[in-house]
Design a protein around this ligand. Sequence first.
Ligand SMILES: NC(=O)c1ccc[n+]([C@@H]2O[C@H](COP(=O)([O-])OP(=O)(O)OC[C@H]3O[C@@H](n4cnc5c(N)ncnc54)[C@H](OP(=O)(O)O)[C@@H]3O)[C@@H](O)[C@H]2O)c1
Length: 260
Amino acid sequence: MSFDLQLAGKRVVVTGGTQGIGAAVVEQLSTLGARVVATARSEPKRAVAHVHYVAADMSTADGVGKAVEAAGHHLGGIDILINVVGGSSAPAGGFARLDDAEWAKALDLNLMSSVRMDRALLPAMIAQRSGVILHVTSIQRMLPLHDSTIAYAAAKAALSTYSKALSKEVTPKGVRVIRVSPGWVETDASIDFLGGIAANAGTDYEGAKQMVMDALGGIPLGRPAKPSEVADLIAFLVSPRAESISGTEYTIDGGTVPTS
Ligand SMILES: NC(=O)c1ccc[n+]([C@@H]2O[C@H](COP(=O)([O-])OP(=O)(O)OC[C@H]3O[C@@H](n4cnc5c(N)ncnc54)[C@H](OP(=O)(O)O)[C@@H]3O)[C@@H](O)[C@H]2O)c1
């Protein structure tokens, strides 16, 4: 028996679509026959055939405007918006290292990128009485780390609350709004990061991996998730097969969060 996700021909925008989870989502949806526009600041190292890439800084209103215009031009409308972009480059050292500029950076990238994209693209979805918006949050919204990611964790918590509120407003108008909350995902960036930890601690890659899992309080599954596993979950959630799902957050963390 086939399990067709019915994504062929769907018009999809993926933010942060050239690396990590976003790149895996772009690849998966494109393989399933969706028409995909992906945004990032730089060109992808491995471009997926038939995907249109837009260079735009999604942490600014101008960048979002550019992405929206390009999506309209290339897709002629939208069915699915997947807001993946996010992250943190804040310095370590706790609250005192986070000045107003660091807070603004965290909020612009992790919250306002989605708020601005949704605000621009929702009117068309509401007019056609169908659409899906997905927000990628993080388990840090409920399990925050304090060394360098206080602002990131708070921004993801705000994103989650915003997403829930939005779902209440627009689900009755035909637009589903969903969240996916990953724990540690073994992206290329995190593989590079572990290389640095391993070198500093005089251990190998597996030793560094164990150190990070210990810092998270352990991962019962014994390993981080793969980007493709997060992409599989997202592909199902944005597909018509998940039509009765809205306003909910799906955690994918191998059991890291000890409650809920
Ligand atoms: N990896 C994890 O363990 C993990 C855990 C929980 C949640 N998450 C969340 O999952 C999402 C994806 O994370 P990831 O680790 O897969 O990301 P990643 O590997 O660091 O890739 C980030 C993507 O976003 C783009 N990007 C970054 N800043 C941008 C900006 N200002 N404007 C436009 N594009 C930008 C990057 O391309 P350019 O650099 O070329 O712009 C790249 O395509 C994020 O929201 C993150 O918070 C990740």
